[in-house]
Design a binder for this molecule. Sequence first.
Ligand SMILES: Cc1cc2nc3c(=O)[nH]c(=O)nc-3n(C[C@H](O)[C@H](O)[C@H](O)COP(=O)(O)O)c2cc1C
Length: 327
Amino acid sequence: MFETRLTRMLGIKYPILCGGMAQLAKAELVAAVGNAGGLGFLIGSSFRTPSALSDEIKRTKGLTDKPFGVNIGIFRGTQPERVLGLIDTLAAEGVRVVETAGQSPEPYIERFHAAGIKVIHKVPAVRFARTAERVGVDAITLVGFECGGALGNDDVTTFILIPRAVDAVKIPVVAGGGVGDARGFVAALALGAEAVIMGTRFMATTECPAHPKFKEALLALQETDTVVVERPRNTHRVIRGEMVQKVLDLEKDGAAPEEIARVRGDMVGRAATDGNLNLSLVPCGQVVGLVSQIKPVAEVMQEIIQGAQALVGRLGQASFIPARTSA
Ligand SMILES: Cc1cc2nc3c(=O)[nH]c(=O)nc-3n(C[C@H](O)[C@H](O)[C@H](O)COP(=O)(O)O)c2cc1C
């Protein structure tokens, strides 16, 4: 059940992906997602050198024999040599899939494919999805306005983006932004997605390598506790807090993007290591309002799959009375 072109392409059991997450998508989390039947992406940009990434890939392989991928951010200032170096590292380690984000991966597609690596490019708009298909990526992730992290500047929600993208391209579409439970998973598949990608939900898991206080603090957040900052060059949805307020004040005063980046430091940063959400900008989606418990990744995934099976069964009988109230 829930077999799609993507589960076949990636050799995984369930069409559930864990997106690259600055500082957090490390071996423990990525391996746990793989072991539970999904696929996670290590975050390439968190490792300063190819050999540090290589070590993390080896550590992940020590924790799972299932497939996993690596996220590669391609930004305005990214040196092509760095990306090419990372591709060599992935090829040497036998990694078979990347999530690219930021600029178009066009200059690197041939190299990825020559190394036997599938490319899933993440975009926030249908026009970028069309371009990505044209330059040869293997699948596309569309992230909607509600997503955690980078969201572009069109402010179109996942509910609209996914069917628009599915109508616009032939390659498989992954739905990102706002998925955190069985209901979101089934809705995304109903919209035509062939997998979902989650970030925010996986932050509140046992295997997420953040301070326990960081994870507990997430549980208290509502869907209204995130805000969009750093438009238009580095538009991100993050958790409201003291550091965000500093950034919003700087934006109001017309500070240069470089000045803002200097003040805020690394995304996620000390918030995750010290357990205080006020210390950094922490990417987070509106779906955090649905997250109420820290659980092992396997439990999160099983609840989604079992809940989805039940939902699909009820929908098949055209029964639209929510399970909670039907008893
Ligand atoms: C804490 C955090 C850090 C993230 N860091 C990155 C990143 O460095 N690169 C990237 O491509 N996406 C990043 N993302 C986005 C996720 O990979 C994913 O696209 C997004 O979380 C999906 O939306 P959701 O949060 O509503 O599940 C991050 C998300 C979170 C929550």
